[in-house]
Write a protein that binds this ligand. Structure first.
Ligand code: ADP
Length: 598
């Protein structure tokens, strides 16, 4: 988003919080009553002070003086209790409202298409979830009540002043336009500066997040210093922007206090003259002064709240912009139910695909077919479009031309749930979620409402050749695996990923074969598990191993997004085309020996 677009901040963004506030209107009403009563007590104070002082100075009545003082203490005790209730209710409510907003935002973001996430850094999004929403929380809890309190003080004090001394009120109000004008000017500047700071914090979080996610890469290149340098650079920007904001804030508050106190001085001076002329009692002057200070304080607070309001509007706008993003891939209005049992027959018919309008075609007129129970191996040089094909089947993107069918139905006519439930994916580098081994396998059916028995999980572990290593872990199936499964070996993670798919039991499997080699024992276990998994299912394999290609019913050779050859291994080899070249260059030496022995 450009700075220009940011300028068009719409106050409506904040209003959109309202539906989330609505369930708490009862709490808010009680908080408002407390606030009104506490503010009224505050407003009564100067009037009571006037009586107190005049009692002391003019009437010399010490009993009355004591009574008034005790009365004042009681008044403040009541006010304190009201404040307590109000602060508690507002904070609790705002926490709940913001939690709901965060839940909504997170729930919305995880539904967005993968393309959205490739365009942005995840750290930036988590920062939006965390810090932009915090800005709103402050508004709802403190700023809003402050606004109400100060507005009451402003109006109440002005009314009291007008009733008691209209002449002096005019003087007080003369300085008000200065304060209000300054507030508007600085408020705008503050909002702009704040948006910059929030953006830069998001950038810095993005960098940190990236480094943490790829910590092994960072450390293997001993690039810790480089990462720190990148982070420092962002932080430098954050500090520079925050310091610029601090300058504006400083000038803002300086100007406001000056205008505020100047007003008080003027009132004091004029009031003093009235006392000298015998037109005003000392008590009345003090009470007048207190009211004038209320007015000045209220104007200053309201002005600074205007700055906070502007900051919050910016934050709300950024949050609602994210909430307004629609996934590029959505369910059709009237999905066709996928008949059971699912056969897992997939066909791509003249498929064209571009990741973005301005990018070159990633796939050009690709047609291929995988019948029920068949294994199709995709081979081709890096960048040929293999992963792209694998991402189009579960509709992570939609084709730009042609169509893909699953069991004879265009995938765009199926519900995403039906389609994705029927497809299991074993990624190249499986990652695990933080949690236990059990919860990681059970993740396979996280999207359904089904519950899963421990037996079913262990059966999946067994089928995936994973059971044996799992039971040797310190707590067996209940052993926690670190975020992204750092505590398990590559082969173990692959077998867990396979166990997941066993549990899911889909009709169609997409297998992105690992390119990195495992030790031979681990390799054998993974191979066996894969073989078991593929039995009776249709499979698309992005193949890197000869053994896989040999097993395939059909090999499709891709180059520059086009199908250049199709056939079985031996025929393709004889054809002496792209496949033969790939075979000589790409498949692993050990595999080739195995082939020659066939
Ligand atoms: P392969 O899996 O065969 O190595 P890919 O399917 O990953 O190839 O990539 C095919 C082409 O699409 C490449 O030119 C690649 O740069 C491009 N590509 C892949 N993913 C994206 C993406 N998310 N956005 C834009 N272009 C992409």
């Amino acid at each position: 988003m450009t700075g220009k677009e940011r300028e068009r901040v719409s106050p409506k963004a904040l209003a959109r919080l309202f539906p989330r506030v609505k369930p708490y209107l009862g709490h808010l009403a009680i908080a408002t009553v407390c606030l009104l009563a506490a503010s009224a007590a505050g407003l009564a104070f100067p009037a009571i002070v006037a009586v107190l002082l005049d009692t002391a100075f003019q009437h010399g009545n010490s009993r009355l003086l004591n009574e008034i003082a005790i009365g004042l203490l009681l008044l403040f005790a009541v006010q304190a209790s009201l404040n307590m209730v109000q602060v508690y209710l507002l904070t609790a409510t705002s926490e709940r409202v913001i939690a709901k907003l965060r839940t909504d935002l997170f729930g919305h973001l995880v539904h967005l298409s993968p393309g959205f996430f490739t365009d942005r850094r995840t750290g930036e999004l988590t920062s939006r979830l965390g810090s932009d929403t915090s800005v709103l929380q402050t508004v709802l809890s403190t700023n809003l009540s402050e606004f109400t309190r100060q507005s009451i003080f402003l109006i109440g004090a002005l009314v009291m002043l007008t009733i008691k001394q209209p002449a002096l009120t005019g003087t007080t109000l003369a300085v008000a336009p200065l304060v209000v004008g300054a507030a508007f000017l600085f408020g705008r500047m503050l909002r702009r500066a704040s948006t910059g700071v929030q953006d830069m914090i998001a950038e810095a979080s993005g960098t940190a997040d990236e480094a943490f996610a790829q910590i092994r890469m960072v450390q293997s290149f001993t690039a810790e210093k480089e990462e720190s340098r990148k982070y420092d650079l962002h932080l430098f920007d954050v500090v520079r922007a925050a310091v610029a904001r601090a300058k504006i804030r400083g000038v803002f508050f300086g100007a406001l206090t000056f205008f505020g106190f100047s007003g008080v001085v003027v009132v004091l001076w004029e009031g003093g003259r009235l006392v000298l002329a015998g037109e005003l009692t000392a008590g009345a002057l003090v009470s007048f002064l207190l009211y004038a200070m209320y007015v000045a304080g209220a104007i200053a607070s309201l002005a600074s709240l205007f700055g906070a309001y502007q900051e919050a509007t910016g934050a709300a706008q950024r949050i609602f912009e994210l909430l307004d993003m629609t996934p590029t891939v959505v369910d059709p209005p009237n999905p066709i139910a996928l008949p059971r049992p699912r056969r897992g027959a997939v066909s791509m018919e003249h498929v064209y695909f571009k990741y973005q309008e301005e990018l070159p075609e990633a796939l050009h007129d690709v047609s291929l077919q995988i019948d029920s129970g068949e294994i199709l191996a995709l081979v081709g040089p890096s960048g040929a479009g293999k992963t792209t094909i694998a991402s189009l089947l579960p509709r992570f993107w939609d084709v730009t031309g042609g169509r893909i069918t699953f069991d004879g139905i265009d995938v765009r006519d199926l519900s995403l749930r039906d389609l994705r439930e029927s497809i299991g994916v074993v990624p190249q580098e499986p990652t695990l979620f933080s949690g236990t081994v059990r919860s990681n396998i059970a993740y396979a059916i996280a999207g359904t409402s089904e519950s899963v028995s421990d037996d079913a999980i262990e059966a999946a572990g067994l089928a995936a050749n994973a059971h044996e290593f799992i039971v040797r872990l310190p707590q067996g199936y209940d052993t926690p695996v670190g975020e992204r499964g750092v505590k398990l070996s590559g082969g173990q993670r692959q077998r867990l990923a396979i166990a997941r798919v066993f549990l899911k039991n889909p009709a169609f499997v997409i297998l992105d074969e690992a390119t990195s080699s495992l030790d031979s024992e681990s390799e054998r276990l993974v191979e066996e598990a894969m073989e078991e998994l593929l039995r009776g299912r249709s499979t698309l394999i992005i193949a890197h191993r000869l053994s896989t290609v040999l097993r395939a019913d059909r090999v499709v050779v891709l180059e520059h997004g086009r199908v250049v050859e199709t056939g079985r291994h031996a025929d393709l080899l004889d054809a002496e085309g792209t496949y033969a070249k790939l075979y000589r260059g790409q498949f692993r030496a050990g595999d080739r020996v195995a082939l020659e022995q066939l």
